[in-house]
Design a protein around this ligand. Structure first.
Ligand code: IFM
Length: 492
């Protein structure tokens, strides 16, 4: 979403209380936590291939073992129960339930998720299920991946199968997580699987992901007429370097078109923006958009998922040269910004997280309020928000293992407060999910970045609650924003 620079948020003095029924949850994704990559009949995904390719991930890390959630899921449900969250956002591993991405299901994989969802329900935790969080079955990539229209059709069939198999266990069905990353980072800038540098394929991937979303929602609703459906987008809040500069305003427009409106346009407004098509005309004629596609893609949604971590600062590059690319995405590869050669992404003032991302809670308020104004009838959920910091465990005076992650507590406090400010301003935000329940495989960064409320030791898998977990448990049980100091075990 475009934005003018915002005023710094003023922390309120009275503890902030959220509306009754506001949902507190935590989020994870299959490839990042499950491990058991070659167990239970699971087939290979593009992330198995990518992470096993030398040089693709930090330290050559892979998701082979990850957090061993596949074996420790019952323990993880206990953690969620102790946290007192009302919801848990997880993703299904497509290659675990349908190894080839087409054809027969793998009963062992389906049983794994049935048990997990049943157990969550038994513990009073509502499952928000994402169908695609980046782990495309390798066989589908071998046939062209998201650049191939057939992948969208296969995804719709997979969604239909999952609706039949898992049915009412699922509270909210989310089709895709951050199609921005699946398309541009996977097919243009090579920092995500499948690691391709084909700008035209990236635009085809954008469209086929959008199409997959629409087809999947249709299929789910055919199977479960009352299903609640959603998609999660990592919308960019973009600032111009000079708010008075028309050139910088145009840079904001260009990035907004690629990062945001390439998805909200077809999904929520029923069309690709004209300026996006014009900006990328040198790369593609978009002839992969067929008659009827836009009608399929624009499906009514019950909730829009928003992932928010940082903001983006852009300037029009005048006079050529190599543009600076402090855009928050790994810069090891080619540019993800298809068709854009004259926009610079500027570093932002601190503080920053371990990912190098600037911390700007007010950006979250702005994003949610802007979305609400633009799509007034559409409920919103913050489906991811959190911070990577390198905090080490210590043993406290009582002999307990602790992780004092005050920076994460502060980050969460300020961002949850920012969500509250959006609610106060009228935005219809219904839920907040902290990323992440536990430390996990952070894609090309491997295990080097820790986002969890719960620390995970590698390779033992031992879990330790960080102070942020104690803090979040208080928030989830009271619906009132705890103080930073309220990050102690509940029994002290
Ligand atoms: O870990 C990722 C997640 O998979 C998608 N959203 C951003 C997170 C942090 O980078």
């Amino acid at each position: 979403m475009m934005s003018e620079p915002t005023e710094t948020q003023v922390a309120s003095s009275a503890p902030r209380t959220f509306p009754t029924g506001f949902v507190w949850g935590t989020a994870t994704a299959a490839y990042q936590i499950e491990g058991a990559a070659r167990e239970g009949g699971r087939g290979p995904s593009i992330w198995d291939t990518f992470s096993h390719t030398p040089g693709r991930t930090q330290d050559g890390d892979t998701g082979d073992a990850a957090c061993d959630h596949y074996h420790r899921w019952a323990e993880d449900v206990e953690h969620l129960t102790r946290l007192g969250v009302g919801a848990y956002r997880l993703s299904l591993s497509w290659p675990r339930v349908q190894p080839g991405g087409r054809g027969p299901l793998n009963p062992e994989g389906v049983t794994f998720y049935r048990r997990l969802l049943d157990s969550l329900r038994e513990h009073g935790i509502r499952p928000y299920v994402t169908l695609y969080h980046w782990d495309l079955p390798q066989e589908l990539e071998d046939a062209g991946g998201w650049a191939n229209r057939e992948t969208a059709l296969a995804f719709a069939e997979y969604a239909r199968h999952m609706a039949r198999e898992l049915g009412e266990r699922v509270e909210v069905w989310t089709t895709l997580n951050e199609p921005f990353c699946s398309s541009y980072l996977g097919y243009a800038s090579e920092v995500h699987a499948p690691g391709r540098t084909e700008p035209a394929a990236a635009l085809a991937a954008v469209h086929h992901l959008n199409l997959a979303h629409g087809l999947a929602i249709r299929a789910i609703r055919e199977e479960i007429p009352g299903a609640r459906t959603s998609v999660t987008l990592n919308l960019h809040l973009i600032h111009p370097a000079d708010p008075a500069s028309p050139a910088d305003a145009d840079a904001v427009r260009q990035i907004d078109a690629l990062a945001n409106r390439a998805f909200t346009g077809p999904m929520l407004d029923g069309a690709y923006p004209d300026d996006l098509l014009a900006d990328t005309a040198q790369v593609s004629d978009w002839s992969f958009v067929r008659e009827g596609d836009l009608e399929v893609i624009r499906q009514p949604l019950d909730v829009l998922g928003v992932n928010y971590y940082f903001t983006t600062l852009v300037r029009k590059l005048v006079g050529g040269g190599t543009p600076e690319r402090a855009d928050g995405h790994k810069t090891a590869g080619a540019s993800p910004w298809v068709g854009v050669t004259d926009v610079e992404f500027l570093p932002q003032p601190g503080p920053h997280t371990e990912m190098g991302w600037n911390i700007e809670p007010a950006g979250m308020t702005r994003l949610l309020v802007d979305l609400h104004r633009r799509y007034p009838g559409l409920p919103l959920a913050v489906t991811e928000n959190g911070a990577a910091f390198a905090d080490e465990p210590v043993v406290d005076a009582a002999g307990r293992r602790r992780v004092h992650d005050e920076r994460r507590v502060r980050y969460l406090r300020d961002h949850v407060d920012a969500v509250g400010a959006a609610v106060d301003a009228g935005a219809d935000v219904r839920a907040y999910f902290a990323w992440s329940l536990m430390d996990n495989f952070e894609w090309a960064y491997g295990y080097s970045k820790r986002f969890g409320l719960i620390r995970v030791e590698y390779p033992t898998g031992e879990r330790t609650w960080k102070d942020s977990a104690y803090w979040y448990a208080r928030l989830a049980s009271t619906g009132t924003l705890p103080a930073i100091a309220d990050a102690e075990p509940l029994d002290t």
